[in-house]
Design a protein around this ligand. Structure first.
Ligand code: M6R
Length: 613
């Protein structure tokens, strides 16, 4: 989710690289850096914070050269400091690397390299790449070959760009898997490299897109594309006509739609490096969770706002069901006024995309004052919610631009599940067979989410027919109740339609009076232990003339017969089912708002990050 820019030609690379980075600025990032070959040396400048800070640094310490690379970082490993910013330079000073993705096996690789005497200078996963390349260069491999060999050691998905004094006229770019693209821009006597089209659109519209397991050797007058095993490859040239912002959205009309579709990747990333499917174990090193701490926790208080609070409601169920630890969700804006019962055996676990939500931070402070252990699940590394916590889990979702949170909802569901399994294991409440089963179920998640996304047409059809509704009732039970709340919130905030969410069992105690032909009902009824109860609730709504949408498990004819519209979801282990059932609800809210021509990404009265009480 980072931004990459590279230039080779006859012009000064520095302003071209910095301007390219500026084109990616609206996506958000936490630090930036640039490396240029200057008089046979690699010159690097890096800064934490906004690009303007890097620009000031470069103004004070200028660098001039005709070949250079730059990077904007969205931190995943290590804080967003200047030291952890890319480009990373090797110990010989001959190689620099910028990288997009997560080196899933970096701890292993780091240990091996350290055993061979390699010194590390940052907390990043990326640094292993530059040292690996240098190892092969020291065995007198040419740069191209050294990069190829190094890449073979990396697990995960990557976009990588390498610059070296050993090949001063070329930049090497490579792509493995789906960690963002690598684009080569074709110029006249100059060429460009970028992670995203807008970064180089001022210079050229002629582009090549690297596919997975391909590498490009780019000089000012030539571009050679090869597979990672060294075979020449031909790539078709594309002519791009988009404006920069449209280009960033790619095939999508809005960032929210793009972010909904990014969930296969963001969920893969949140599992990356944390789940060992072979030995059935979860690793969450940044949580600083010792067996002693795991053993003494008496209660976990999850605290958050809005969408993040809905993730917390699912978390409460997961922690209680899997780890058998009493858990409760406290809305962060209320928590500090409740005189909460908290002691040193209580964990206060904050969930926040931005990590800067004022109410969530205040709830953490309240927990700290009362002596609790503080944990957070955050998307923005280096944010306050991460810094003040005793331990954290990063969502690894990448920047979320749409105000309506989507991928930063599904990732913490998976993170909370992993946390529950880890705690259950450390407290000895699950046996080995159960642990293996719970862990192996995680493997299914990205694919199941992909299957829901493939059903977008059904959701669009329902949205077309229902876009003029004024009210709607979302019903769920058990682990689907928070999803009913989340679906209703999504619809409210971007379509301005009044949506209420209720536990289905409560209907008979009052709200059923609301149901008539003008009050549609959306019922979450996957096949789980609440299924029969949900079906009877749907029958009651139907009998009162309400239009019914049902979220149902593929092949469920009973649900199909009762519903005006069905949003099919694949069969999913029930503890992970919220990750799947929320997808059609996100798409439903999105399409209604888009069909109404509303400002989907920046709905009225709302801000992405609520930093005031
Ligand atoms: O950055 P946070 O996750 O702490 O933000 C919390 C809420 O403000 C946020 O989830 C809000 O409810 C979104 N607009 C929901 O889509």
């Amino acid at each position: 989710m980072c931004g990459i820019v590279g230039y080779v030609g006859d012009q000064n690379a520095t302003p071209i690289v910095l301007n390219g980075l500026r084109r990616l600025e609206y996506r958000g990032y936490d630090s930036a850096g640039i490396a240029v070959l200057s008089n046979g040396n690699v010159e690097v400048r890096r800064e934490a914070g906004k690009l303007s800070k890097l620009e000031s640094l470069v103004q004070n310490q200028p660098i001039q050269g005709t070949i250079g690379i730059g990077h904007t970082r969205w931190a995943t490993h290590g804080e967003p400091t200047a030291r952890n910013a890319h480009p990373h330079i090797g110990n010989t000073g001959k190689v620099v690397v910028v990288h997009n993705g997560i080196v899933e096996n970096y701890l292993e690789l780091k240990a091996d390299l350290e055993a061979e005497g390699v010194e590390f200078h940052t907390e990043t996963d990326t640094e292993v790449i530059v040292h690996l390349i240098e190892q092969f260069l020291s065995q007198e491999e040419p740069l191209e070959e050294a990069v190829r060999k190094a890449l073979k050691y990396l697990k995960g998905a990557h976009g990588i760009v390498v610059l070296s004094t050993m090949a001063p006229d070329t930049i090497i770019a490579a792509r493995i898997g789906n960690a963002g693209g690598v684009v080569i821009g074709l110029g006249d006597g100059e060429n460009f490299i970028a992670s995203d089209i807008p970064a180089i659109l001022d210079h050229t519209r002629r582009m090549l897109f690297l596919e997975s397991h391909q590498m490009a050797v780019v000089s000012k007058s030539s571009i050679q594309i090869q597979s990672l095993d060294g075979k020449k490859v031909h790539l078709e040239e594309h002519n791009i006509g988009w404006d920069p912002i449209a280009a960033e959205k790619g095939e999508y009309r809005h960032f929210m739609q793009k972010e909904i579709h990014e969930q296969v990747r963001s969920l893969t990333d949140t599992l990356a490096g944390r789940v060992d499917f072979d030995d059935g174990r979860i690793h969450l090193p940044q949580l600083n969770l010792s067996p002693e701490l795991a053993g003494r926790i008496k209660k976990i208080i999850l605290t958050a706002c809005g969408t993040a609070a809905h993730a917390g409601m699912v978390g409460k169920i997961l922690l209680e069901r899997i780890a058998r630890i009493p858990a409760q969700l406290e809305i962060a804006s209320e928590f500090r006024y409740e005189d909460p019962i908290v002691d040193s055996d209580t964990v206060v676990l904050a969930i926040s995309q931005s990590g800067e939500t004022a109410d969530t931070l205040a709830a953490m402070e309240e927990g700290r004052k009362r002596g609790a252990v503080l944990w957070s699940i955050v998307n923005a590394i280096g944010s306050q919610a991460m810094r003040v916590a005793d331990g954290y889990i990063s969502m690894q979702s990448g920047p979320e631009i749409g105000v309506a949170s989507t991928k930063a909802f599904s990732a913490p569901l998976v993170d909370l599940y992993m946390l529950a399994v880890l705690l259950a294991d450390l407290r000895g409440v699950i046996n080995e067979r159960q642990r293996h089963q719970l862990v192996s179920d995680l493997r299914l998640v990205p694919d199941l989410v992909g299957k829901c996304l493939d059903r977008e047409k059904d959701v669009l059809q329902a949205a077309r027919e229902m876009r003029y509704i004024r009210n709607i009732l979302y019903l769920g039970r058990g682990i689907q109740m928070p999803i009913a709340h989340e679906g209703a919130l999504k619809l409210k905030e971007i379509s301005y339609i009044h949506a209420e969410s209720y536990p289905a069992g409560e209907m008979k105690h009052g709200p059923i009076a609301l149901i008539d032909r003008d009050m549609p009902v959306l019922a979450l009824a996957p096949r789980d232990q609440w299924y029969e109860k949900m079906i009877s609730q749907i029958e009651q709504a139907r009998a009162r003339g309400g239009n019914v949408i049902v979220v149902a498990t593929e092949g469920d004819q009973r649900a199909a017969e009762l519903a005006d519209h069905v949003f099919w979801v694949p069969e999913t282990p029930w503890l992970l089912s919220p990750v799947v059932t929320v997808i059609p609800l996100q798409m439903f809210a999105y399409h209604i708002a888009a069909l109404k021509g509303l400002d989907v990404d920046q709905p009225r009265n709302l801000a992405k990050s609520v930093t005031v009480e």
